[in-house]
Design a protein around this ligand. Structure first.
Ligand code: NDP
Length: 523
């Protein structure tokens, strides 16, 4: 469906600086903790820039043979990853849960199933998606044109801590399918699972030199950008994304930037409130709210606000929170300093009159933040405008859908958006007016598991996309060949020598080609 009323996307607001990368020290290492218990679960080295360059060089050498295979041959070589992943589901889910703090069920569904679906879809689709594409040409019928897709060499992946398996997995898979080697720089908060990811590919028979993990902090990510890679896939905060974009600009390499979100959910008066309330709770509190696509704010029609609020509150009160390895619904914060950001947003909301329907302000450094539903909120509060990345659901009452759309678009972020209505046509009309890379109707988050659909942000939420055929093609140099289907003799008409005769001929030709109506064209 298309409408004429869709507003163009405004420019992003200026940057907000968040985390700053420290220079690595010799012999430096990262101690990895279980966020739910604080227990130490491993250590990894902090790689220096020289070590990162060496990894990229090794990957580049291995890429030569891999890139020379056909896409079908690469699919065949990657196929065993699927069987091995299925065998290791429990083991990997526990490793993810232990390092990241999400529940075992979330590790299964939000991480491992996403990876399996990407494998299932693209081991089949990749040959077609990467096949040369013929371009229709209107002028110069004697020439043909096509695009073909050539590996970029080494893809650098810089990934965050909230989905430490599924985010780099998709990029590794697409990078390899496209014929590249890959070097991952995982978040310092969750590096162990990236090592397990590499182990999975290597155990499945992929050349160990094709896929490397450069553990370290921000500076190691910075070093990867300058190490001679052909493309950077970065997922993380807006502030770091800007630095990464600048560094890629200096190195003149393309980058995909998947950044923060502030997804708005619009609830129309005709929505199925039972489904809507459940979707909103899962969308806001799933993965402890640490999802770039989380429901970060809700705009509900005033006619159904009391009923929606009561349903949301009832569901939220029943959620069981605790050690993610136990039978619970909500696990732990992955990155405890995040609690301070959430505290600040909630304190600001409280000071400005927000009503806490559930939850409250967490203690400084808390490992668990209670799912918190707020009402009586407005756009003067930080919680309605800044990414909270925590289990918060502020609900604002609006009088109609026009007001809801205006508020939803009042953000410098534009990753996901959601609409709830029983009238699909109406919901799609609203969806098309929302400034977001993806808008889901009557559902939340789940498009990430639909491998064929693009994951992409507008405004400060990013540049480019992952997943989908286009995401796969972005891992390649798209080259254009234009060739002669048949010859028109020794020279083209527009070549030398120039003359009044050929000028006149072109004038008549242009009238014929571009004039309107028979008289205009023949005249
Ligand atoms: P950060 O931006 O802090 O970090 C992301 C990655 O970049 C980490 O590996 C980090 O390393 C690395 N890094 C840090 N500084 C630099 C630098 N100067 N140069 C290169 N790399 C650097 O994000 P978080 O890990 O805190 O992730 C949370 C953010 O990610 C949220 O804003 C969330 O919305 C966003 N996100 C977006 C998604 C999307 O698809 N659009 C999906 C998931 C998350 P280290 O951790 O070691 O500092």
């Amino acid at each position: 469906m298309t409408t004429n009323t869709v507003e163009s996307t405004p420019q992003a607001a200026p940057p907000r600086v968040e985390r700053v990368a420290a220079e690595p020290q010799a012999g430096d290492e990262i101690v990895v903790h279980n966020p739910a218990t604080g227990d130490v679960i491993g250590k990894v080295p902090v790689l220096s820039p020289a070590e990162v360059v060496a990894l990229v060089e090794r990957a580049r050498k291995a890429q030569k043979a891999w890139g020379a295979l056909t896409v079908e041959q690469r699919c065949n070589r990657l196929a065993p990853v699927k069987g091995l992943l299925l065998e290791r589901l429990d083991d990997l889910a526990e490793a993810i849960s232990r390092e990241n703090g999400k529940t075992l069920q979330e590790a299964m569904t939000m991480e491992l199933m996403v990876a399996l679906e990407l494998l299932q879809a693209y081991l089949k689709r990749a040959p077609e998606a990467l096949a040369p594409r013929k371009l229709p040409i209107r002028l110069a019928k004697h020439r043909g044109s096509y695009l073909h897709y050539v590996p970029k060499g080494v893809i650098g992946i810089i990934s965050p801590w909230n989905f430490p398996f599924s985010i780099p997995f998709g990029e590794v898979l697409f990078g390899l399918l496209a014929g590249n080697a890959v070097v991952i720089k995982p978040s310092e908060v969750t590096p162990l699972i990236a090592l397990r990811l590499r182990e999975l590919f290597v155990d499945a028979g992929i050349d160990p030199e094709l896929l490397h993990v450069a553990t370290g902090r921000g500076a190691t990510g910075g070093a990867l950008i300058e190490a001679g890679v052909g493309h950077i896939c970065f997922t993380g905060s807006v502030a770091t994304g800007r630095r990464v974009g600048e560094a890629c600009g200096r190195a003149l390499i393309p980058c995909t930037l998947e950044l923060g979100g502030k997804a708005a959910a619009i609830v129309c008066a005709d929505a199925n409130l039972n489904r809507t309330a459940q979707a909103l709770c899962w969308g806001a509190f799933g993965n402890h709210g640490q999802v770039c696509a989380s429901v970060e704010r809700v705009y509900v029609d005033e006619r159904v606000f009391p009923e929606l609020r009561d349903r949301v509150v009832a569901i939220t009160r029943k959620l069981r929170q605790g050690n993610p390895m136990d039978d619970v619904d909500v696990g732990a914060l992955t990155f405890p300093p995040q609690a301070d950001k959430i505290r600040a947003l909630l304190q600001d909301a409280k000071d400005k009159g927000a009503v806490f329907e559930t939850g409250g302000i967490p203690e400084p450094g808390a490992r668990f933040v209670a799912p918190t539903v707020l009402s009586n909120v407005h756009h003067g509060m930080r919680v309605m405008r800044e990414e909270s990345f925590g289990p918060l659901m502020p609900i604002q009452v609006v009088k109609d859908e026009a007001e809801a759309i205006r508020h939803a678009n009042d953000s410098d972020l534009g990753l996901l958006g959601y609409v709830f209505s029983s009238d699909t046509e109406r919901a799609r009309h609203i969806a098309e007016q929302m400034q977001a890379g993806t808008v889901m109707v009557n559902d939340v988050l789940a498009s990430y598991s639909m491998a064929e659909t693009p994951w992409q942000g507008l405004k400060a939420s990013g540049i480019g996309r992952t997943h989908s055929d286009d995401g796969l093609r972005d891992m390649c140099e798209c080259r254009h060949v234009n060739y002669d289907r048949f010859s028109l003799g020794d020279r083209e008409l527009w070549w030398y020598p120039y003359s009044p005769k050929t000028r006149g001929l072109f004038k008549r030709l242009m009238r014929f080609l571009y004039g309107s109506g028979l008289t205009g064209r023949l005249g």
